[in-house]
Design a protein around this ligand. Structure first.
Ligand SMILES: *[C@@H]1O[C@H](CO)[C@@H](O)[C@H](O)[C@H]1NC(C)=O
Ligand SMILES: *[C@@H]1O[C@H](CO)[C@@H](O)[C@H](O)[C@H]1NC(C)=O
Length: 244
């Protein structure tokens, strides 16, 4: 089960590296990206290398159910990436939900033969993933510069379809215009961020995260009581109070 915990982490890192290349991101949360430091070719290969290490670790579990559950994550990530190309939709929520949902499911497959339990852990993980991604999107917009570095247009673009930006688009038409031109004018990023902060977007996203968090707790409470179950319930508080 510890190996299962490592594999999605590696898949996630590979995804980030490839995302930076696709988005031509030079920095993220105040730090230089791999592609910025080493160039695109090495960054793509580095992502591939991490993914192959994950595949080897996955094969070593020797359980074909686990293999198919976790390879589903890779398919969902790549599919989401394709959908995102050339559209203003952001697929991050769906991608993160698949990553965490299938990871939780894979661990429960190893621990217990019951499909009911697998479904509960899947639903739990899905809600963890959505909550986490929403909070991440809000943090992208509200983080102050000394904590994580100011948001860039890449961060804003990443925060598009989930969370606060769509709400701001409804309230301030100008945000929509900036979105359509991909924040390409010099002061777009700063102004869009100001609009988003003035709108109800952050408040609504925060409300949504609480709903998903309740859903997380509701799902996992279907399992019989145990210290492990309590830890998974406590995780909801950790997710809600995360600040980086
Ligand atoms: C990618 O970013 C670099 C530096 O940040 C810039 O010089 C280059 O023109 C960008 N390429 C594309 C295709 O946007
Ligand atoms: C996967 O592991 C679980 C737990 O040991 C076991 O019940 C299940 O039969 C295994 N499935 C396969 C296809 O090996």
């Amino acid at each position: 089960q510890r190996t299962i915990a490592l594999i999605p982490e590696m898949i996630h890192i590979a995804r980030l590296v490839h995302d930076y290349v696709i988005g031509n991101a030079s920095s993220r949360r105040g730090k230089h990206t791999v592609n910025n430091i080493w160039g695109e070719k090495k960054a793509v290969l580095a992502g591939d290398l991490i993914l192959s290490a994950a595949s080897i670790a996955l094969a070593q579990t020797g359980n074909t159910t686990v293999v198919s559950v976790l390879t589903q994550v890779i398919e969902d990530l790549v599919h989401g990436e394709f959908l995102q190309l050339g559209s203003k939709e952001n697929e991050n929520e769906r991608k993160t939900a698949s990553l965490i949902a299938n990871s939780c499911k894979a661990v429960s497959v190893l621990g217990c033969p019951g499909p009911v339990v697998h479904e509960i852990t899947y639903q739990y993980g899905k809600n963890v993933g959505i909550t986490f991604q929403l909070i991440d999107d809000v943090l992208d917009l509200t983080s102050c510069s000394d904590q994580m570095g100011k948001p860039t247009s890449a961060d804003l673009k990443l925060a598009l379809a989930t969370g606060p930006v769509p709400v701001a688009c409804q309230q301030f038409l100008e945000v929509n215009a900036m979105l359509m031109r991909q924040f390409s004018l010099p002061r777009d990023v700063d102004r869009a961020r100001q609009y988003v902060l003035q709108s109800d977007g952050v408040q609504q996203a925060t409300y949504l995260t609480q709903q998903y968090c309740h859903e997380m707790i509701r799902e996992i409470s279907k399992l019989r009581p145990s210290p492990e179950r309590d830890t998974l319930i406590q995780l909801s508080e950790i997710v809600l109070t995360t600040d980086k």
